[in-house]
Write a protein that binds this ligand. Sequence first.
Ligand code: UD1
Ligand code: CA
Length: 453
Amino acid sequence: MTIDVVILAAGKGTRMRSDLPKVLHPIGGVPMLGRVIDSAKRLGDVAITVVVGHGAELVRERFADSGVQFVEQTEQLGTGHAVAQAIPNFREGATVLVLYGDVPLVKTATLQDLLKASEIGPALLSVIMDDPSGYGRIVRDGNQQVQSIVEQKDADAETLKITEINSGILAAPGKLLAQWLPELSNDNAQGEYYLTDVIARSVSEKIAVTGVIADDPYEVAGVNSRAQQAELERALQRDQAEALMAAGVTLLDPSRTDVRGALTCGNDVTIDINCVFDGNVTLGDRVQIGPNCLLKNCQLAAGTVVEANSIIEDATVGEACTIGPFARLRPGTELANGAKVGNFVETKKARIGLGSKVNHLSYIGDAEVGEGVNIGAGTITCNYDGVNKSKTVIGDGAFIGSNSALVAPVEIGAGATIGAGSTITREVSADELAVARGKQRNISGWQRPTKKS
Ligand code: UD1
Ligand code: CA
């Protein structure tokens, strides 16, 4: 089956009250249009045309590398007119699947069902709604055969009672659409060229239309306002949380876990409340994430524990590491197995070796730290001279006393010891002790100043 996907994304989205085109607003951290494109791509080898209009430049720019084609609809004359803009892209013998850039949660499996149904003629996706107001109604005859779609504004009182509504999503032979769309009339309440009119046309040509009913209304729900965006955000998060739990992840509260991208977990992972996972995050077996953590584009290997209020971004963490509470691992951080990064420690472009510890109140940036190193509280790598960044290298087994400033570029040899409070500006060789601080003087008999009465 040759599948040509047409995604409508020309509308203005007035009710979003935004400078950003509606389809670029995110759901689960991904622009709505991106989600629709991804669902379409999962159908296999499809050609995708996106119909753009309002904010066309921004939409094109954002999806320039996504392998889709764009056609412009300069005036929004209706959904039928919008799909007609893509006719030149229809391939010989293709089935055309119409999707919407603002209907972001449609599932690939549902689309597969719809495409299957479209093998014999046009197929539309509908859903039953308690409150169908605003939507086009699906009119069926006594034999449950789809007859037509009637828009809310064109419907009589009887038709308005129908609770099966049109999702807008449909699949039909491209050849038929290419013939019918240019012949649509805009003689209706909205003066628009309705895509939905192809249904009645098909029936009049004795080509049966199949209605596929989706069971989850969120799958076909569109976003017209920030409130609807928030509603779909919750629906997606609930779904993702359920999938994680079904895969064996413990979520202390599924309604307080947010995944904005892809989270992959090993066995027996535990995630406490209020954690956000952004981009691609992988957690190995038995990883534990404490409350209030933000993890973005990172991999944590088996047995690692992240304590409360930690932030990890673009980092790679080995097995059985301990992070936090209140740690911040910035981009380019790599922790080897068993490393510890404790409270109020910030790392950036830093490799921390096997079993090494940075337990308290430190900044370690542009650094290579060997194995079994102990970095005392308050140690700072002074990596920036106001112009350039320089590197600090610390050898295996070194011991850095508390409150040391390591002025980069500088190298501390294996097994070296740095006295607490030192400001180190020159290389320290292996096993040396370096102390660089004012000598202590004790003055006996010293009198504190007293207040004059
Ligand atoms: C449409 C359907 C209705 C269905 C509803 C589901 C028609 C005539 N009606 O109505 O049966 O119940 O969707 O949400 O199709 N768009 C363009 N160019 C245009 C017009 C629309 O790109 O000229 C895009 C919009 O950006 C939007 C989508 O198509 O994403 C739907 O358009 P909209 O005007 O909102 O359709 P509805 O009136 O909601
Ligand atoms: Ca409309």
